[in-house]
Design a protein around this ligand. Structure first.
Ligand code: BDP
Length: 677
């Protein structure tokens, strides 16, 4: 009898075990296996991409008859598509099959979010030609700034053993319009270009191709010397040029649609053209020339800074502005959204718009290196939008970064947008269930930068969880405020880079790595003194404000007109300075930290109430992560307020919860997470 009961319990558990909700399905939760029958899909041709489109419909589309039609006249949609209700059927048209596949994912998304209407008339044209993920994955399987386990790419097993996740990865990307991927870390190993590795790359490219995804590689500038045994890697050396030419030909034989190279040169110890007295343009052009015959491009990173006296926030600008006009037309300068480094909030990078004759693209970071990594719930669409919508004034009012980079205001031959991926081999792909939303949001914005953060959150929640308003509304609200909340408990009012060195997880505003590079120390960035706080980037300071077009240089340069959320980015402000709301700087800083903590506590309450609306697994996992986030927020608040108080000597406003830590104890915390800077 006892045994029988045990069996019964086990038997009843089987469905639970099979359907254990581990998050691996991402937002792709279309109704399973009961789509339309083949005779309800009208389409001509037999092409791998089209076959995927048909398979998706047969598996998941529950609506009316549907026709998939290629139509050469739709070339102007640049890979986009139309969806139209025509009598009793739906017609999806596109120049190429990949546009049809995107159209199919579009209607499946409408179905999943209950938004199919009877009279559809949709035209979609992507904002950018190249919508690319940058993986910072190393050949040994580790990931630089990766928080979701090891790399998806099993280099040792490739090309013979093919993990099923490669195709799942391609499908997830195609479903949101991502059409390109850089497989390896920008701190690139020369071995990436070895023949055996290229064969492995080819295996991945073959899997990704039907999903419309092109493969790119990060390359090490010293490859000719290190891998080819040449005397040097000087871009003007004929042997070096020939080495790259031969390498390109070898790559394109294996991968005829190879996308091109991503290059980090002369930055943080990486080799580059300056090692030989050449410029970034010399280096980029050499590579551009060998890729040109095949239609490949070079994405040359502007993330360069050296251990000099010059404000780090000015260095990329100083380096690249004089080179404007010197780059080949298949070079795109890839620029991080801010001039320092993926901080919770930065002023936008003034290089955007400053190059008039050179294509520019944004590099975002989806992986939350500086935003609580895989532990904090931080929805990044508002950060991405803040950058894209920033007006550079480069061509007068309305010169937003979106328009500078998408080809509207610059004759970009190829327009592109990139982001550092947060994907690893964890079952749920991204470590935190809500970090999936950041991958999703990047893809959706790369496709259409006019979408709002709210629209994207709305879609993602409905697709990933439920459209029940009792869940949808509070969770959406939590997501939409989460980035500002993180700014508040970490680095409000324009503070930046006061992270613990190396891993960049917790606070270390006291960090002063004497003997090391000053611009790797938090004290370099906050400049706290008995008088005040903040980095003076005005004319009396580093004058970084002059990198901005008028009127921004004036607006940022004047403490009265500078937006308060950037005030400590641009100004050294007295502790008793009166903020717009009448509080002193010190009080305002204290309240910001406190608001950050309170908001996370609110998120915990909101989430706990959500229990009835989702599976136990994801509920509990997110709940535990929120506990960590709440503890971390208090840690940040106490660390920063107690430390800055040693300068301000002012009391923490009495209506704020008192610190629960001792500053000296917090200073002793050393997380064992290792990393260089
Ligand atoms: C910083 C990271 C470092 C990267 C570097 C880069 O801390 O690991 O190598 O950026 O973008 O954010 O090259």
């Amino acid at each position: 009898m006892k045994n029988f009961r045990l069996y019964l319990v086990l038997f009843l558990m089987i469905p639970l075990m099979i359907f254990a909700e581990d998050g691996s399905q991402l937002w792709l939760r279309f109704p399973a296996k009961n789509g339309v029958s083949a005779d309800k899909i009208i389409s001509k041709g037999n092409n791998p991409t089209l076959n995927i489109a048909k398979k998706e419909l047969m598996n998941h589309w529950q609506g009316q008859e549907i026709e998939l039609r290629t139509d050469k006249s739709l070339k102007n949609l640049k890979g986009g598509y139309t969806i139209k209700s025509v009598q009793n059927k739906l017609v999806i048209s596109a120049e190429k099959e990949i546009g049809l596949l995107y159209g199919v994912y579009h209607i499946l998304r409408l179905q999943q979010t209950n938004s199919v209407t009877t009279n559809l008339n949709i035209t979609e044209k992507p904002s950018y030609d190249v919508r690319i993920l940058n993986h910072w994955d190393n050949l040994d399987g580790t990931i630089e700034r990766g928080y979701a386990g090891h790399s998806l790419w099993k280099w040792e097993d490739l090309p013979n053993t093919i993990s099923p996740r490669y195709e799942e990865y391609a499908r997830a990307n195609a479903s949101i319009g991502i059409n390109a991927t850089v497989l390896n870390n920008v701190n690139a190993s020369p071995n990436m270009l070895r023949k055996d590795y290229l064969e492995k790359v080819k295996a991945l490219a073959d899997i990704f191709r039907p999903y419309g995804i092109k493969v790119y590689l990060s390359v090490n500038f010293s490859s000719p010397k290190v891998l080819g045994g040449l005397e040097n890697s000087d871009p003007l050396n004929k042997d070096v040029q020939k080495w790259w030419k031969d390498k390109a030909s070898e790559i394109y034989k294996l991968i005829p649609d190879f996308g091109g190279f991503l290059v980090k040169a002369n930055s943080e110890g990486q080799p580059g053209p300056q090692d030989y007295g050449r410029t970034h343009a010399d280096g980029a052009n050499m590579m551009a020339d060998v890729l040109k015959p095949y239609g490949g491009i070079v994405m040359w990173r502007a993330f360069v800074y050296s251990p000099s006296k010059e404000d780090r926030a000015k260095q990329a600008y100083l380096e690249f502005v004089p080179l404007d006009g010197k780059f080949r037309d298949n070079v795109i300068v890839q620029i991080k959204n801010g001039p320092v480094d993926f901080q919770p909030r930065e002023a936008f990078n003034p290089l955007f718009g400053a190059l008039k004759k050179t294509s520019e693209m944004v590099e975002f970071q989806i992986t939350q290196e500086y935003l609580g990594q895989a532990n904090h719930l931080v929805y990044l669409a508002p950060l991405f939008k803040e950058t894209l919508d920033s007006d550079t004034y480069a061509n007068g009012k309305g010169s937003t970064i979106a328009k500078i980079t998408d080809g509207t205001l610059r004759p970009a031959k190829i327009s592109a947008i990139s982001a550092v991926a947060n994907i690893g081999e964890d079952k749920n792909w991204t470590g935190h269930h809500f970090a999936q939303a950041n991958w999703y949001a990047f893809g959706r914005l790369a496709w259409n930068h006019d979408l709002t953060s709210e629209q994207i959150a709305d879609e993602w929640i409905k697709m990933t969880f439920t459209d029940n308003e009792k869940f949808l509304n509070p969770v959406k609200e939590m997501m939409l405020t989460s980035r500002e909340t993180a700014v508040d408990y970490m680095m409000p009012l324009g503070l930046h880079h006061i992270f613990a060195g190396g891993h960049h997880y917790g606070p270390e505003p006291w960090g002063d790595y004497k003997g090391g590079r000053p611009d790797w120390s938090p004290v370099y960035y906050h400049q706290a003194t008995a008088q005040g706080l903040g980095f003076d980037r005005t004319k009396t300071g580093s004058n970084a404000v002059s990198d901005y077009f008028p009127p921004l240089n004036e607006i940022y340069g004047n403490v009265k007109t500078c937006p308060e959320n950037l005030i400590l980015w641009f100004h050294h402000v007295p502790w008793d300075y009166q903020m717009k709301n009448g509080k002193t700087l010190w009080e305002e800083l204290s309240y910001k930290y406190d608001t950050g903590v309170k908001n996370v506590r609110d998120y915990q309450r909101v989430w706990d109430k959500m229990q009835p609306y989702l599976d136990e697994e994801r509920f509990t996992e997110v709940q535990s992560k929120l506990k960590i986030q709440a503890k971390d927020a208090v840690w940040w608040k106490d660390a920063c307020l107690l430390y800055f108080q040693t300068f301000s000597k002012m009391p923490i406003p009495y209506d704020i919860e008192r610190p629960v830590h001792e500053l000296e104890d917090l200073k002793k915390i050393k997380l064992n997470m290792g990393h260089h800077n």
